[in-house]
Design a protein around this ligand. Structure first.
Ligand code: HEM
Length: 310
């Protein structure tokens, strides 16, 4: 038998959960109901985001990512991005609570705080470790984060037609890097050192960064169109998260000023600091070292990057 709308969505159970921790024994105000509903809404969106991030990371975690799988990864990412954009707007609803009206029930929270949102921490771990003051913080406990999966995938980028780990690959990659450095030096002699140090790393990081520069530089090649789209969505996701964090901080500033948080942090100062975190550091960094198309090293093995039939 087909379920009813309410059965399918388990609405009866869902709509009983807005009472506060004491259940029906304490009558909550209209403002507190609003406060609980807004939080629960966010947590439901977090659930969606976690699921989509896992799907993306699963696709990118395989040792060989088929070209046909990339559109699916991008699709998952686009859903996450739209959800974050929507969540950034959702603070507006929270802001209809007046600061004094919040104080009327703030004590009920005790030390409870968004700080303790385990779904938030799971989202962060799934994205990848954050770089704070030059240090990696918060490695995921198990499985590959999106960041780690992306790094491994980038490292395998075919560069000038040279396939990862094939014979002579290291030489080809070195040649590409030195050609790129010369081309960059001609245009920007004053900032060339920055680019030299970008590549001056161990073999694996060097190849990964060369792969990233290669995709960003020869983006019009058919075989690179999905990889570059994926990189754009990773940047857009991080941007959307930063904007979401920023709009939360501004809402908090409006609501509690410079008071400390219920979780015990410094409040707005702490939240503003979290907007400085970056996960995809190289994806951001590469933007300051790109060069215009007609100055790029000559592309080799162009046919390698054409679409191929079965
Ligand atoms: C009146 C509304 C709100 C106020 C005044 C507020 C305030 C704060 C403050 C001060 C913090 C810093 C930690 C602490 O010391 O407590 C924080 C963290 C956090 N809040 Fe809110 N918040 C509000 C609404 C929300 C809502 C609706 C959500 C949605 C789930 C949310 C999610 C979070 C998260 C995830 C963190 C942890 C951020 C991090 O550590 O990166 N907050 N909040």
């Amino acid at each position: 038998m087909s379920p009813t709308y309410s059965e399918y969505l388990r609405l009866e159970e869902l709509l009983k959960l807005q009472t506060g921790v004491e259940g029906e024994t304490r009558k909550i105000s209209n403002d507190e109901l609003h406060f609980i509903l807004v939080h629960q809404n966010f947590e439901l969106w977090f659930k969606l985001v976690i699921n989509e991030l896992k799907c993306t990371s699963d696709i990118l975690s395989s040792d060989y990512v088929e070209e046909t799988k990339l559109p699916q990864a991008v699709h998952h990412m686009e859903r996450v991005i739209e959800t974050f954009k929507l969540m950034s707007q959702q603070w507006r609803v929270m802001e209809t609570l007046e600061p004094q009206d919040f104080l009327n029930f703030r004590d009920e929270l005790g030390t409870a705080s968004g700080f303790e949102s385990f779904q938030m921490r799971e989202m962060e771990a799934l994205m990848g470790s954050k770089w704070i003051d030059g240090k990696l913080v918060g490695k995921p406990e198990s499985g590959k984060s999106l960041y780690d999966a992306t790094c491994d995938w980038l490292e395998r980028t075919p560069i000038q037609g040279s396939v990862y780990a094939s014979e002579g690959d290291e030489k080809q990659v070195d040649k590409f890097i030195s050609d790129y450095l010369s081309a960059h030096k001609k245009l920007y002699p004053d900032t060339n050192e920055e680019v030299v140090s970008f590549f001056d790393e161990d073999k694996s990081l060097r190849r990964r960064r060369a792969g990233l520069v290669f995709i960003e530089s020869y983006r019009e090649l058919p075989l690179l169109s999905w990889p570059r789209k994926l990189i754009s969505t990773l940047i857009e996701l991080e941007q959307a998260m930063i904007l979401w964090r920023t709009s939360h901080a501004r809402m908090v500033e409006r609501m509690i000023g410079r008071r400390i948080g219920t979780g015990g942090s410094s409040g707005v100062d702490y939240l503003d600091m979290t907007t400085k975190y970056r996960v995809f550091v190289d994806l951001w960094a590469v933007r300051s070292i790109l060069i215009k198309k007609d100055a790029l090293p000559t592309l080799k093995n162009k046919e390698f990057y054409e679409f191929r039939g079965e």
